[in-house]
Each structure stands twice: as C-alpha cells, then as structure tokens.
Design a protein around this ligand. Structure first.
Ligand code: DGL
Length: 276
C-alpha cells in the first residue's frame, strides 16, 4: 500500500506531546524529549495499574494502548509517543489505525532499529520483555534494512519489577543483570539495545557489567530526535515563550513513580489518578 503524505495543518505547535508507557520507563524518554525540546508541553500517561505489559497477551496490550491513545487525543495532543516497547511490538498497527493520520505516531522500536541497521555492522543483542521478544519486531525491523546483521534477542522479565520497586544499585538487581547478561545468547554481541524503556534506568549497572566491551545504544536520544525531526518537518515545533506545562496521569499512583518523575521534572509537578 502506498503511504499517503500526511497533512497536519489542522494541528498547532502549542498543543502538547502525548507520551505513554506502563510505568516509569517512558519517563526516561519524556525527560530526553524535555531536554531536546524544552519549549514543548507534555502529557504523560503511566498505566501503573496494568503493569507489567511485558507479561500480558497481545489482546490485553492492544486494549491498554488504544485506550490511552484515545485519552491522549482527547487531551488534544499533537503527537503520540508510544514510549513502551511491549506496546510498540504488539499494538503499533492498532494505534496507527486508531489515530488515522490525525497526528504523528512515534514508536520506540523502528527509529532505533533503522539507526542500528545503517550504523552498526556487527552482532547486536536485544534485551526486552517477553511480549517484545516474542513479537520478533527488533530482528525484523533491523534486518529489513540490513540483512547482514545478526540479532540475538533475550527476554529479561525480572528487570521491570526490580525497577518499579526502585531497586537501583541494589544487590538483587545486580544479580539479575549478571544472570541475564551472562546468558550464552548474548555471548558474541558487540552492541546492545535496551529493548524496554525501563532499562535505561539501569544504564550505569549495565555498562558496568560490560566495561567497554559492548556499545549500549542510546534509544531515548534516537527517539527524541526522531520526534523533533517529524515536528520540524511539519512546522509543529513549539516556539512560544510561555513556560512549558507538564501533566502526569497514572492509573495507580506509586511511590517510585512519584520519586522518579519529581527527579526528572521538578518537585512542583502533580500526579493525577486517571483510570481509563
Ligand atoms: N517499559 C515497557 C517496555 O518498553 C513495558 C514494561 C512492562 O510493563 O513490562 O516494554
């Protein structure tokens, strides 16, 4: 099917950018967007009540992702960022269908896969949730652009609960990381993709494990840059002098979300409970 050229002339640059994830993972991406695009208004939805997405069926994930997208469109967002790999891997088509060309949709797998396919020429490992690994989307997307790259994917499901529990720099998390990264499947990799938006919160620990042996891809930077390019292309970058507004909606308010969101966005932000 031929892709039609998108017309977003009905949108205005002051409308917010909508970002969603199952929990705190998407916050890393929202923070990167805030740093790259400091004038943009943001609306974040964290579906903490339904976490972890990585353990859910495709049908369940499609249900959550489409409900949240509808909510973000009702909130007048000018773009939707699916800041969740499990939702991208299982519900990207459904989200795009629902949005029906009204606003751009940015996901966290395709821009990263494309960048890796063109810039990396060696063995790539992907660690992600079960829902993402089972979809095989990273391998498919990378190899669509570059058939010569070997892609090994490993499900690492214990990392999300450890991160949501706030176990950063904790012996439990170190043991989990050691156990997963020493898996035979990842033995020959030279590049690693953190295929779950929660994992960059453990970037230091993961880099520590590898030393300089393995390059870890900066997915939040790649995705924020993709968003910036799309907004720029459609004259949708906000250049208003007003202070940006940040709104956070959560289906269940958790201490860890509160802590990380305040660390990234400042103490004055308010979290609103929103059960869809
Ligand atoms: N952060 C999400 C991802 O990128 C989901 C983690 C989860 O809820 O299992 O896959």
């Amino acid at each position: 099917m031929k892709k039609k050229k998108q017309d977003y002339s009905h949108l205005s640059s002051e409308q917010p950018i909508g970002v969603f994830d199952s929990g705190v993972g998407g916050l890393v991406f929202a923070k990167e967007i805030k740093e790259m695009l400091p004038k943009e208004n943001l609306i974040y939805f964290g579906d903490t009540k339904n976490l972890p997405y990585g353990e859910k069926s495709r049908e369940a994930i499609v249900g959550y992702a489409t409900k949240i997208t509808r909510f973000l469109l009702e909130k007048n967002c000018k773009a939707v960022v699916i800041a969740c790999n499990s939702a991208t891997a299982n519900a990207l088509n459904e989200v795009v269908e629902l949005v029906d060309g009204r606003v751009p949709v940015i996901d966290v797998i395709n821009p990263v896969a494309e960048k890796v396919a063109y810039e990396i020429h060696n063995n790539v490992g992907v660690i992600a949730t079960k829902a993402t690994v089972n979809s095989g989307l990273y391998r498919k997307s990378i190899r669509k652009h570059n058939k010569f790259i070997k892609v090994d994917e490993l499900a690492t499901p214990l990392l999300v609960p450890a991160i949501e529990e706030g176990f950063k720099n904790h012996p439990i998390t170190h043991a989990i990381i050691y156990n997963y990264l020493s898996n035979n499947k990842l033995k020959n990799i030279e590049t690693l993709i953190l295929g779950c938006t929660h994992y960059p919160l453990l970037m230091d620990e993961i880099k520590q494990y590898y030393g300089n042996r393995v390059r870890v891809i900066d997915s939040p930077g790649i995705v924020a840059n993709q968003l910036r390019m799309i907004l720029e292309q459609h004259q949708l970058l906000n250049d208003s002098a007003a202070l940006p507004e940040y709104h956070f909606y959560l289906s269940d308010i958790t201490k860890n979300f509160e802590k990380i969101s305040k660390k990234f966005f400042g103490k004055s932000i308010r979290l609103e409970l929103e059960v869809l």
